[in-house]
Design a protein around this ligand. Structure first.
Ligand code: FAD
Ligand code: NAG
Ligand code: NAG
Length: 605
């Protein structure tokens, strides 16, 4: 369905009623396989769950193997090592945005952990769980809960595998105890690496608490070998109480650190253009507290392809007509919808906060992965369409739905206040510039802590998740391109932010390794575990500072985050976008749109 951009409230109203009808569906689609092969398991391509890497290239591999046991995994590594083949581990869904999963060159081997998905042991006494590395968060959390145990802090999305999320340092949100990264509660890892001929070309190491190499292996970008088994420390299952509170963002900069210290599972959704912050007041409560709430985050629910297409078409139309006004209106619709739906929290029809429930039902969600979602809105779907339609994860590349960039950076607690104030300064200059973020649920701010992992966080920090429109055409600029580029560069350069290894555009990784004080220790372990770099690729070598090429200078490169513009040609001069300095962070070089007569919106100076 195509849609010209909304000109009046009628279209907005129509959109809203459509949304309400189509938002939830009962049946949903398992995401597509990230690996596709021409003939049986050979001549393969691999992509991520969004279907597109930051540079839009397609990655190739000679073949893929799907070990079902540790023995098969070990023999796959041995035979590839013997041949000198490049190797990469792939997972069930492959959720990372950068090209982490691509083996070097075109003839490498992919080892998929799709069938290494068993829970091996739960030790109730020691409160630990041992799993194969392909186990998803969903399986892990469910199994732990069945034994009365819980993982206290995890990412919010159930589709990740334990091997993948550890490799990229993934996290939830807390400043308490040891912080929100899953890798900080690994007590044991088994890792399968290349070996010498005397070793039979493969070496299996077991790393336990206290082993120095564990600090390399628990966040490894996959370059040390294959994680085969992981043991995590758990806690007795507990309950939480969640209340979302909306406030003006005028004291956000002052409150952010103390809010994080006050509430164990705190996070904040920031709507900078609306000048609002939604505080998640989230703490443990005694298990005797009544409530059985479920968190089923709305943007992770199965969504109809029709609705996704309507939203995307509207977004594209507003982009191409430079209609910031309507982006703001549309953004507010999305914001209010999330708000009235309690961000996806439900408890048997209960209205209002607090929502109380068990950890395993609240920490993470992802019903768009499941066979069946909550039945709640079945009726409405039937009214609309006659029969139940399939629902998708909103970014599923088979649907013309969400297509976005993600800039995910953590900024140390000592400078987060200044960063927020700088962003607010930009909003003052361009009040509508960040409305587009609201379509992607605002800026999610989460707390992370310094880690002993060599590639973990260097200091306690706030992680900013900024998701925004990406055009399907690499040469087409975005509305207010310059403002988000300025925020990105401000974070990275002025405030020394660290990128999430599994998200971001290329420029976030330019020179990144210099920000890690233990990078040398990491590289020493890499040399020991994989001396000839079979598990390394162009991308990991670039990220680890072993080879140049993270940024490339070519026409339009800044539009895709492949470079910071130096000349106009790196932007889109033919479309009126030129390389200029930042407005608040003057050292930034951004693609900004120069005055053009006859547009809906006239920007700049
Ligand atoms: C919808 C969504 C929500 C998300 N939410 C969060 C969040 O709340 N918090 C957060 O921190 N991140 C989040 N992420 C990012 C995500 O955590 C990372 O991208 C994560 O690495 C993806 O895990 P995966 O299992 O898909 O691994 P992949 O992306 O497939 O793999 C990541 C890397 O790990 C390597 N690898 C995988 N398994 C192994 C193994 N067994 N041994 C060795 N190397 C291995 C791969 O080769 C690759 O280099 C989210 C992503 C999505 C799509
Ligand atoms: C790790 O587990 C312990 C309990 O064994 C718990 O107290 C702590 O909060 C956990 N830390 C993280 C980072 O999950
Ligand atoms: C959510 O709704 C409440 C109650 O109507 C309102 O006070 C608050 O401002 C809303 N928050 C957002 C982010 O719209």
């Amino acid at each position: 369905m195509s849609l010209s951009y909304p000109r009046n409230g009628v279209v907005g109203g129509l959109l809203l009623s459509k949304c309400l009808f189509l938002l939830f569906l009962t049946v949903c689609c398992t995401p597509e396989e990230p690996i596709q092969c021409k003939s049986e398991n050979t001549d393969c391509t691999i992509t991520n769950s969004y279907g597109t890497f930051p540079d839009r290239s397609v990655c190739r591999a000679h073949n893929v193997v799907y070990p079902t046991t540790e023995e098969e995994l070990i023999s796959a590594v041995a035979s590839a090592t013997k041949k000198g083949s490049k190797i990469k581990v792939a997972t069930r869904y492959s959720h990372s945005i950068p090209k982490l999963v691509c083996p070097s060159g075109q003839d490498g081997l992919l080892i998929s952990t799709k069938y290494l998905n068993r829970v091996l042991k739960i030790d109730k006494e020691a409160k630990t769980i041992t799993v194969e590395a392909g186990v998803t968060m969903k399986e892990l959390i469910n199994e732990a809960a069945n034994a009365g145990l819980a993982l206290p802090y995890t990412p919010y999305w159930l589709g990740l595998t334990i091997g993948g999320l550890l490799s990229t340092g993934s996290h939830g949100s807390t400043l308490w105890v040891k912080g929100s990264a899953v890798h900080d509660n690994v007590s044991e890892l088994k890792i399968v690496s290349p070996g010498s001929p005397e070793d039979g070309y493969v070496k299996v190491r077991v790393l336990k608490d206290g082993d120095e190499d564990l600090d390399a292996a628990k966040v490894s970008l996959g370059v040390l070998g294959v994680l085969s088994q992981v043991t995590l420390r758990l806690e007795p299952l507990f309950k939480r109480s969640i209340t979302y509170k909306t406030e003006s963002d005028s004291d956000l900069a002052d409150e952010i650190v103390s809010f994080g210290r006050k509430h164990e599972f705190a996070d904040i959704i920031w709507y900078p253009s609306q000048q609002k912050a939604v505080y998640r007041v989230d703490d443990r409560v005694p298990t005797s507290t009544s409530g059985d709430a479920l968190y089923d985050f709305i943007p992770f629910r199965p969504t109809s392809s029709q609705l996704l297409e309507i939203i995307r078409s509207a977004e594209e139309a507003l982009e191409s007509s430079h209609n910031a006004e309507w982006k703001c209106i549309f953004g507010k619709l999305v914001t209010s919808y999330l708000n009235i739906s309690a961000y996806g929290l439900t408890d048997d029809g209960k209205r209002g906060y607090p929502m109380v429930g068990y950890q395993n039902r609240l920490q993470a969600s992802g019903s768009c992965l499941a066979e069946k979602a909550e039945g709640e809105v079945e009726l409405e779907v039937e009214e609309e369409d006659g029969d139940a339609e399939k629902g998708y994860c909103p970014w599923d590349p088979r649907v013309k739905g969400e297509f976005f960039f993600q800039t995910t950076l953590s900024i140390g607690l000592s400078s987060v206040k200044n960063f927020i104030q700088d962003v607010q300064e930009l909003v003052k200059l361009q009040p509508k510039a960040l409305c587009g973020l609201e379509l992607y649920n605002g800026i999610l701010m989460r707390y992370v802590t310094a880690s002993s992992a060599y590639l973990g966080k260097e200091e306690d920090a706030v992680d900013f998740d900024i998701t925004y429109y990406r055009s399907h055409d690499a040469m087409t600029p975005r509305l207010y391109e310059d403002i988000i580029e300025e925020i990105e560069q401000m974070a990275l350069i002025k405030y020394g932010a660290l990128p999430h290894w599994g998200k971001n555009r290329n420029i976030a990784f330019d020179g990144v390794i210099k920000k890690y004080k233990n990078a040398d220790k990491f590289l020493a372990v890499k040399k020991l575990y994989d001396p000839i770099g079979l598990f390394s690729s162009e991308w990991t070598d670039q990220v680890l500072g072993l080879q140049g090429g993270i940024t490339t200078f070519k026409e339009g490169c800044a539009l895709e985050g492949l470079c910071i513009c130096q000349e106009d040609i790196h932007c889109a001069p033919s479309k009126g976008y030129f390389c200029t300095s930042g407005k608040v962070f003057k050292d930034a070089k951004v693609c900004s749109r120069q005055n053009q007569v006859g547009d809906v919106l006239v920007d700049i100076k």
